[in-house]
Write a new protein. Structure first.
Length: 280
């Protein structure tokens, strides 16, 4: 596969999951002073593309130093990476400024867990001023991206606590669970990588939702989408409509998500390097 890191970086970012202190590119910051940063938190360990963002930033700094923030670069790159793999285009409002704080614990506290049920998921989105529709449509970003086995292995081996392959999540299609166990051979596997949308993870399409309806969502949080009547109805309505309908609602939720608690004016800064706070 050619080097296309940004879809992986944006798969869960497109679900509002990265904006712990607002959409201020704090996830790009390296750890400093012995304190771990957001990128060191377990939900972020499969993120790639940091070097890609750095290359974009270096080119922009050469042409127009101190003008384009890392936060805007991430928002624009997310949009363009979706377009490259067949998804929609949307206008990205710019003018964000970069945050100067990145704390591992905040990522752990604020990024919705893959084990969440529907009520927990919806509350997490509402905490960021997003609604049910945003939850459903931004979840569609799972049509791209990857996950480590330990994000879902309890669904395969230890769902009720008894342990073993007979203790699987009953909401997971048994054939899909068997295929996952061939890849994730132990409960504690934290190195093996699995596609979130098997067979289609390089294409932005509706196959994620079709998988969820067949009980083949990778995470419990994916399966949760069809436990709520309104959420399931929304999915069915889009599945039965032309792809352009999903593209339109997804793009609208992306614009809304990209405005979460942004820093503007004199807030934050425009970093010279996306992994480092400016020296003052």
């Amino acid at each position: 596969m050619p080097d296309m890191p940004m879809p992986t970086m944006t798969d869960r970012a497109m679900r509002s999951r990265r904006c712990t202190q607002g959409c201020d590119a704090s996830v790009l910051l390296n750890a400093t002073g012995g304190s771990e940063a957001e990128k060191d938190a377990a939900p972020n360990l499969t993120l790639r593309g940091f070097g890609f963002i750095d290359r974009i930033k270096a080119l922009l700094e050469k042409e127009c130093p101190g003008v384009v923030s890392c936060a805007d670069i991430v928002a624009l790159a997310a949009r363009d990476s979706v377009g490259v793999i067949g998804g929609p285009f949307w206008s990205v409002p710019t003018g964000r400024r970069d945050g100067t704080v990145s704390i591992k614990q905040e990522a752990l506290d604020q990024i919705p867990a893959p084990t969440m049920n529907f009520t927990q998921l919806l509350q997490s989105f509402q905490n960021k001023s997003l609604n049910l529709a945003d939850l459903v449509w931004l979840s569609g970003a799972h049509t791209i991206g990857i996950s480590q086995c330990n994000s879902f292995s309890e669904r395969l081996y230890n769902f009720t606590g008894r342990g073993g392959p007979d203790d699987a999540d009953p909401s997971l299609d048994p054939l899909y669970a068997a295929k996952l166990r061939l890849k994730c051979k132990t409960l504690t596997d934290n190195t093996t990588i699995v596609e979130m949308d098997p067979g289609s993870f390089r294409t932005f399409d509706l196959s994620y939702y079709r998988g969820v309806l067949k009980r083949r969502g990778l995470f419990q949080s994916d399966a949760a989408l069809i436990t709520d009547a309104a959420s399931k109805a929304d999915i069915l309505s889009v599945i039965n409509a032309p792809p352009e309908v999903f593209f339109q609602v997804f793009a609208g939720s992306m614009v809304k998500m990209g405005a979460i608690e942004v820093k503007t004016g004199s807030e934050g800064e425009i970093r010279k390097h996306c992994a480092l706070v400016n020296k003052h």
